[in-house]
Design a protein around this ligand. Structure first.
Ligand SMILES: [Zn+2]
Length: 214
């Protein structure tokens, strides 16, 4: 998929946008980089209430929330005021817009309906994301450098628990154009441990990690 990018962006020795391609020099603090890119390109108004936002009173909402597989990439990060972001909680963008229109009595029912929908989908596909964002990749093609630590911590055990309950992975990994891993190292370790050969991935065709030797 193509990641939405601002026309101009540069943080020296870290990342830059050139001719519609994002070049990343280091993979540390990648989530912060995605946040900066989103701020650089979006209008600074809350997508829900329309309030004007300043950099210091603004948050970025995961349109597809993290617990439905919503990864931190620019296409999934939208500016919101802190209040709307906390009310939206882990609803999908469209669900929250519907909930906002409901009166008090309808709200309870509506919330229950959406929760059920999430549960059903998590069982079925493991997460809720637009189909065109995700493709399956052979894990042997993924290039990544182990961070040198054993990462089988909390995040890893959450993946194991999710797998045991739903027999699916909770989110896709994120790759650059050349299959360099940008996000999801825990998933890779898990897949290797459990001998899973093919995993869902979001491949960013206009993102290149430079100076990566594996
Ligand atoms: Zn708002």
């Amino acid at each position: 998929m193509i990641m939405e990018l601002p026309k101009k962006f540069c943080i020296e020795n870290y990342a830059r946008v050139e001719d519609g391609v994002l070049y990343i020099e280091r993979l540390e603090r990648i989530e912060d980089l995605m946040y900066e890119l989103s701020y650089a390109m979006r209008k600074h108004r809350c997508v829900y209430c329309g309030k004007k936002l300043k950099r210091n009173n603004s948050t970025l909402d995961h349109r597809y929330p993290r617990d439905t597989g919503g990864v931190s990439i620019v296409n999934n990060l939208y500016p919101t005021c802190p209040l709307c972001n906390s009310h939206k909680s882990n609803f999908l963008h469209n669900e929250y817009l519907e909930i906002c229109k409901m009166n008090r009595d309808e709200k309870k029912k509506g919330i229950r309906k959406f929760r059920k929908y999430h549960e059903r989908n998590l069982k079925k596909i493991g997460y809720i994301l637009p189909k065109k964002w995700v493709e399956n990749v052979d894990i042997s093609q993924v290039k990544c450098r182990p961070p040198g630590l054993d990462l089988r911590g909390k995040k890893y055990h959450r993946i194991v628990a999710f797998w045991e309950e739903h027999h699916k992975l909770p989110k896709p990994i994120v790759l650059d154009k050349n299959n360099v891993l940008i996000d999801g190292y825990n998933i890779i370790i898990f897949a290797r441990d459990f001998n899973i050969k093919t995993i869902p991935a979001i491949k960013l065709e206009n993102v290149v990690v430079v100076n990566s030797e594996f």
